[in-house]
Design a protein around this ligand. Sequence first.
Ligand SMILES: Nc1nc2c(ncn2[C@@H]2O[C@H](COP(=O)(O)OP(=O)(O)OP(=O)(O)O)[C@@H](O)[C@H]2O)c(=O)[nH]1
Ligand SMILES: [Mg+2]
Length: 287
Amino acid sequence: MANSKYEYVKAFERENYLLPETYIVIRVDGKGFHKLSKYYEFDKPNDLKALQVMNSAALQIMKKYSDVLLAYGDSDEYSFLLRRQCELYERREMKLCTLFSSLMSTYYVHFWNLAHPQKPIHLEMIPTFDARAVIYPNFQIVRDYFSWRQVDCHINNLYNTCFWKLIEKRGLTPQEAENRLKGTIASDKNEILFKECNVNYNNELEIFKKGTIFVREIENYHHDTAPNETSSRQKQKQEKTRRKASYSLYTAPPPPMRQALDKTRRKAAVEVSHSGKAGHGSNSKAV
Ligand SMILES: Nc1nc2c(ncn2[C@@H]2O[C@H](COP(=O)(O)OP(=O)(O)OP(=O)(O)O)[C@@H](O)[C@H]2O)c(=O)[nH]1
Ligand SMILES: [Mg+2]
């Protein structure tokens, strides 16, 4: 490589390497989807086809990167869990975030256009995603992270379902619906839906209420050595095993997130800091 007098500018570059031996969660979120959903006339409060586009894009990312063990998504966001010993791009934060956000954006456009031949993406309203990466030191916190996202989905969906049903079925204006819901708790909203709108919230689609979970199903995966003792041949073999794994989609059977994460842990043998609730030993192996 030529050494020019301009080479010194490289010294200004900074890189953040995500701490080793920690779980990485990358969350992508649609930019301005409030506007975008209006522009492309999404069904309110949930557009099944749009959610399926999100799911297809996320699954494509999961297929591309075998380090992704699990992905959870709802609305315009998706969270990807990368294994503790992931060495993708040396764990460079900027590289990971920019790649995940650009892949999500381009896959989204691709799958949108496949699903909506009559309503393709227009240049003036291009879907784009931002991304952040957060590291978590143990599995308990990872589980709480996904529970947090799923609870968020539930809270938003219950509110939005109530809001739009009050408008559709009771003829309220958006302002009146907002006022009606002010100060209400979850049970009040269920009651409003049932008594005033003739809607049983339990009958709403699971994907709307709980989001979508993809799990990489890895069978017979063993990894007995410490990461720095793993030879490159062993690493290649493990990579191949992960790559060959199938994917399961859960629209969250109850209690959804715990089951899916436990399954990931059992099958992929993600290392776990022991939690009494989960009922597994703490001697599981690291992927
Ligand atoms: N009608 C409809 N709107 C949706 C659907 N999914 C997502 N949205 C819209 O997308 C928004 C996502 O929330 P945010 O990410 O907080 O809002 P945003 O406009 O994307 O803003 P930034 O993420 O800050 O750029 C929701 O508030 C809805 O307005 C859907 O299935 N149907
Ligand atoms: Mg958004």
